[in-house]
Design a protein around this ligand. Sequence first.
Ligand code: ACO
Length: 456
Amino acid sequence: MSDRAAAGQTAVGALEIKDTRTGKIYNVPILEAGVEGDTAIRGTDLRQIKADEGEFGLLSYDPAFMNTASCKSAITFIDGEKGILRYRGYPIEQLAESATFLEVAWLLRNGELPTQPEYTQWVHGITYHTYVHESIRKFLDGFRYDAHPMSMLCSAVAALSSFYPKAKDIFDPEQRTLSIIRLLAKVPTLAAFAYRHVKGLPFVYPDNDLSYTENFLSMIARMSEPKYEANPVFGRALEVLFILHADHEQNCSTNAVRAVGSSQVDPFSAVAAGIAALFGPLHGGANEQVLRMTEEIGHAKNIPAFIGEVKSGKGRRLMGFGHRVYKSYDPRARLVKQLAHRVFEQVGMDKDLEIALELERIALSDDYFVSRKLYPNVDFYTGLIYRSMAFPNDFFTVLFAVARTAGWLAQWEEMLLDKEQKIARPRQIYIGYSERPYESKLTDKAPISKRDSIRK
Ligand code: ACO
């Protein structure tokens, strides 16, 4: 076990808890649970605290996991107060500047940067597996012309599980590697097919001569030209956005992948659960909402009225602002803002970017946002970049999902190999009725087997 893995085994003190119901005093060990100094108590250590012996024991009540560590992880480190994000120890800024997305995907999974032979083999494997079974094409063809591409992607990834039944052998390292390669390879193909379906365009098959992001752009945008050549600024911008979105520790969708994966289902099904979670407007759907918001505002002169509405507390939110973990500027948002300027140098300034910049300026100087530590998150500017690259609004979350697949898979495998993990199954505090007898309120006296039939 490495020094890093050993962290978390040592008690650095104890919490003395007095139960005023019984007068009993308990000592609960405080564990040094993380290399960056996090400390924690084990939730199950509270179970010994009981008012009488027949009781289950004290639970910790933590809706939305506001203060609960569900796992130990060596993958991603975030300091939300200081605005730090690192993958396997490497600062996100350095990876965004110099790495490729597939290098980062390897790093997330394996813990170290790949050597040249490892990288060559990894890229070859992923390139080789980009094609999907022709039946998947037919499956995607069955969707309505206006289907949301996230629904299509989620269903298609779940469907892949039926094409690879051996993927359920999750404790076989070879099968795991193959599934991980297949998912990283095929998710961009499925995403591009979903895009082309909605546009009513023929599917473009993968071009194995191109890099990961170039091939993705080719499958999206290629028309009659024999070889697609991506705009290099767009190609690199997409690669940087993929790197920035590749992982973000225990966010909603990663938690979904881990929770569903903890049932030991195959990784295609677990990743489909992550895609479903990412679809929500409070998570990956936020970048789409940012664009809807700037379009609705329409002009910089309407910003004060909009901000006033957000502050009135009637449920309106400034989309792309605020984060459960970051209580300062999201480091990814800073990088994305720089990237937005680079892309807009190519395509020209956009009205919505002007609105976004002005919204940010006003919000960062307004006490409502300052006092609540609400800063731009990664989604604030990504939508603007994606749209300037001609991606439709409802495709933004799909781009997020393509990138996050790398993180989901690394987190899924870490969870599987963690001896402390079991099937995820939280407790509840029951607040319903206590026992009461069944007395039907139905007046229909038909036999039980017929009561729910409309043809009696
Ligand atoms: N606009 C206005 N007010 C906000 C916003 C916002 N974007 N976010 C939080 N607040 C306010 C809340 O109303 C609350 O105020 P109150 O204390 O007066 O009631 C306070 O700030 C705390 O908000 P919570 O909802 O408790 O914060 P939480 O950590 O649960 O929510 C979240 C985090 C969901 C990201 C929230 O900030 C939000 O809805 N943001 C907009 C959606 C968004 O951009 N999501 C993307 C997140 S990043 C990602 O998933 C990739």
